[in-house]
Structures are given as structure tokens and as C-alpha cells.
Design a protein around this ligand. Structure first.
Ligand SMILES: NC(=O)c1ccc[n+]([C@@H]2O[C@H](COP(=O)([O-])OP(=O)(O)OC[C@H]3O[C@@H](n4cnc5c(N)ncnc54)[C@H](O)[C@@H]3O)[C@@H](O)[C@H]2O)c1
Length: 324
């Protein structure tokens, strides 16, 4: 049986029972793509929410979108208020969720400010990859700092990775998980605070090799994406990699690893092919060119298609569970 690596920062194997009732009022800092939707999900569970952003012009629309989402998701939604003043947003909040840009210095500075404004609230970060221990390193009491990695679109994707930092108290993890359960989410406990947590560590192992395959001329970008979508992509929704390893047999898995591991990309820095594209202004959908061409409207269409796919996949799973 696989056993976890032991070490001084190995977290306990169980959590206390969580208490969601400590959370009545939530502040969401950063009202961009994720923050406004997180505000909507929190409000859908009856919590009172304050949404704030350093760019005041985004707040009216973000607040409307959040309130609209809360009404669409919940029977008795709480109210979403907006303010451009962090002090005002954090007043009375029991939980603060940060969803500003993915930049460690920015998040660390913000956490220090947030910790100075509230002595008791649980402080959560929606970082996609940055360890909560690094984000909260400068605050007096990092036991109340928790990683909560929601996936986009956060109102649809059920799993939220709840990350235990080196100093995070098990109670803070358990209470946040209880709240997420109340919101209809499927929180999972990530016991050790590694960059990328579980999901993005795995996802970007795949992306690293996808980019390397194109850069090495093994296949073009269309082919790589087609192979992923129509082979492993079709299977992954039903069978995760570890179940699949057992399913095909660990002896076969080992033989495959022996043959393929020597050629896997092992770079510890981003691929130079990405640097070349970025230098050429080819950032992807937002600039119209990246690995693919993105004509006007293609980005919105891709976002809508992704949301529709996730919704129909989840609906199919619900139907399958209902008929079991
Ligand atoms: N976009 C995704 O698919 C996705 C998925 C999961 C997690 N995340 C993570 O969520 C976080 C937010 O991502 P996003 O895509 O919503 O970003 P975004 O750029 O859409 O929004 C960020 C918002 O934060 C605001 N902001 C910046 N500095 C601020 C400050 N000091 N105080 C208050 N507001 C500030 C900006 O004005 C902007 O409105 C990032 O950590 C990202 O890695 C993103």
C-alpha cells in the first residue's frame, strides 16, 4: 500500500469536525473573473458578502453579476455589497477570500494588510499554485491562513482543494471545508502545502510535455490537443490515473514508465518556446494568437463551450447516480 512520506510538516491523518456556523459574513478581495463568482457562490448559501477591488470601476458590474449568480444558485441568497475600501470590506467578516492576480509579492502584501485589519477572520487565498505558507509568511498568526483553490468556473466545478499550510490550524481547515459542503461543493483536504497542490501539479505536468512535444516537432498543437481530448480526456472523467494504473495492472504500468520516463520533459524552468511566443506578443486568446489563432469572438465562444461541457458532464453524472 502507498503510504505518505513522513516528515516534520506531515499533517495529521484526520481533521476535527468542522463548524460552518462561525462563518456568517464573507469578504472577497479581487472582483475579477474568479472573485465575482466566488462572491456569488458564498451569497447563494445565505452568507452576507462584501466584494472589493483596488480598481473601483469594475465593482458595479461585478456586484451585479455576483448577486445574479447568488439568486440563480440559492433559494435564500444573502446580499452582495461592494466597496473599493479594503477596511470597509473586512469589517465584521469571519472569512476573507483573496482572489487578486497570481503574484506572490502582491498576495503577501495583501495578506499582511488583511491580517492587520481583522484579528480573528480566517484568511483564505484562491491562488492556483502558490503555497499558502508562502503567502501568509509575513502575518502574526498564520494558523488562520488556508488555501482554497476553486476551479474555474467556480459555480460549476464541485471540487475545491483546501490546502493546509505548515502553520494552518486543523480547525480552520475543517471549518472552511464544512462551509464549502454547505455551499454544495466537494472540498478535498490537501494535507501538505506543495506548489500546484494536487490538481495543478498534475495538470501542468501534462502541459509541460504537451508544449515539449510541439517544440520537438513530434506533432503539431492541433494533433496534441486532439489526442489528449479524444483518448485520455475521454477516460479521465470516469477513471483517475491511480485507478487506471491498478486497472491495467501495476506490472504493465511499471513497464510503460521504464520505457517512457527517460524521454519525458524534466525542465525546471518554463519552455523557451513559450518565451519566444510571449516575446512576439502571442499570448493566446487575449491577443488573438498563441499556439493557435483566436479570431474575434473565439475566446468567448470557447468559454461558453467549456461551461456547457462541464454542465452537461455534471448533469450526466447526476442522472447516472439517480438511476443507480
Ligand atoms: N482564472 C482562472 O481560471 C483561475 C482559476 C482558479 C484560480 N485562479 C486564481 O484566482 C486568482 C484571481 O484570478 P482571476 O482570473 O480572477 O484574476 P483577474 O485578473 O480576473 O482578477 C483579479 C482582480 O484583482 C484585482 N486586484 C489586484 N490587486 C488588488 C489588490 N491589491 N486589492 C484588491 N484587488 C486587487 C484586480 O483589479 C482584478 O479585478 C489568482 O490567484 C488566480 O491564479 C484563477
Amino acid at each position: 500500500m502507498l503510504t505518505p512520506a513522513s516528515g516534520p510538516d506531515t499533517a495529521p491523518a484526520t481533521l476535527p469536525a468542522g463548524d460552518r456556523s462561525r462563518f456568517r459574513s464573507v469578504a472577497v478581495v479581487g472582483a475579477g473573473l474568479m472573485g465575482r463568482r466566488l462572491a456569488g457562490v458564498f451569497a447563494s448559501g445565505g452568507l452576507s458578502v462584501t466584494l472589493t477591488d483596488s480598481e473601483p470601476s469594475v465593482l458595479p458590474e461585478a456586484g451585479r453579476e455576483a448577486q445574479h449568480l447568488a439568486r440563480a444558485l440559492g433559494d435564500a441568497p444573502g446580499v452582495v455589497r461592494t466597496t473599493s475600501r479594503l477596511e470597509e470590506a473586512l469589517e465584521g467578516a469571519d472569512l476573507v477570500t483573496e482572489a487578486v492576480a497570481e503574484n506572490l509579492d502582491l498576495k503577501r502584501t495583501l495578506f499582511t494588510r488583511m491580517a492587520g485589519l481583522t484579528a480573528t477572520a480566517v484568511l483564505a487565498s484562491n491562488s492556483s499554485v502558490l503555497p499558502i505558507s508562502a503567502i501568509s509568511a509575513g502575518i502574526d498568526d498564520p494558523s488562520r491562513a488556508v488555501g482554497t483553490h476553486w476551479w474555474n468556473p467556480p459555480d460549476l466545478i464541485p471540487v475545491v482543494e483546501v490546502v493546509q499550510g505548515e502553520s494552518t490550524s486543523p480547525d480552520a481547515v475543517a471549518d472552511v471545508m464544512a462551509l464549502l459542503n454547505h455551499l454544495g461543493k466537494r472540498p478535498v483536504w490537501v494535507r501538505r502545502d506543495v506548489p500546484g497542490f494536487v490538481g495543478n501539479r498534475l495538470q501542468h505536468a501534462l502541459w509541460r510535455d504537451a508544449i515539449a512535444l510541439v517544440a520537438e516537432g513530434v506533432a503539431d498543437a492541433e494533433t496534441v490537443d486532439l489526442v489528449v481530448r479524444d483518448t485520455i480526456g475521454l477516460r479521465l472523467g470516469e477513471m483517475g490515473p491511480l485507478t487506471n494504473a491498478d486497472y491495467v495492472g501495476l506490472d504493465l504500468t511499471r513497464a510503460i514508465h521504464e520505457a517512457v520516463f527517460p524521454v519525458l520533459d524534466r525542465s525546471v524552468t518554463p519552455h523557451t518556446a513559450l518565451d519566444d511566443l510571449i516575446r512576439a506578443g502571442r499570448l493566446g486568446a487575449k491577443t488573438g494568437q498563441g499556439l493557435f489563432a483566436w479570431p474575434p469572438g473565439a475566446r468567448q465562444a470557447a468559454g461558453a463551450a467549456l461551461a456547457a461541457h462541464v454542465s452537461s458532464e455534471l448533469a450526466a453524472r447526476r442522472r447516472a447516480t439517480d438511476t443507480e
